[in-house]
Design a binder for this molecule. Structure first.
Ligand SMILES: [Zn+2]
Length: 100
């Protein structure tokens, strides 16, 4: 065999050089996005309490939707940002890449 097979997706996956089965990875991404969407709707729309953005950021990091990043010149817009080069900030992870 020149590729590995995921036990769950062996009939549909040709799995070249990837550590994770891409179908399993997509399913995990979808589950994480669903959990996040449920949380946002629950706390932002259905809760009477004001929410702390820190809780949402913490959940997003736990679910792998954002990741820590050391700010570079390219990240900093001094007109709007309150961080500097070298500060630890968050960026979207691959699963959310493509957005702004
Ligand atoms: Zn799989």
């Amino acid at each position: 065999m020149s590729w590995n097979h995921c036990p769950k997706h062996k009939e549909i996956i040709e799995w070249k050089g990837q550590v994770e089965c891409p179908v399993c990875q997509l399913q995990a991404d979808i589950e994480n996005l669903k959990e996040f969407a449920r949380y946002i709707i629950k706390v932002e729309c259905w809760s009477i309490y004001d929410q702390d953005g820190g809780d949402i950021q913490e959940l997003a990091e736990k679910l792998g939707l954002i990741k820590k990043h050391i700010a570079t010149e390219a990240d900093v817009n001094p007109d709007v940002d309150d961080f500097e080069v070298g500060d630890t900030i968050y960026k979207f992870s691959d699963v959310l890449e493509g957005g702004k």
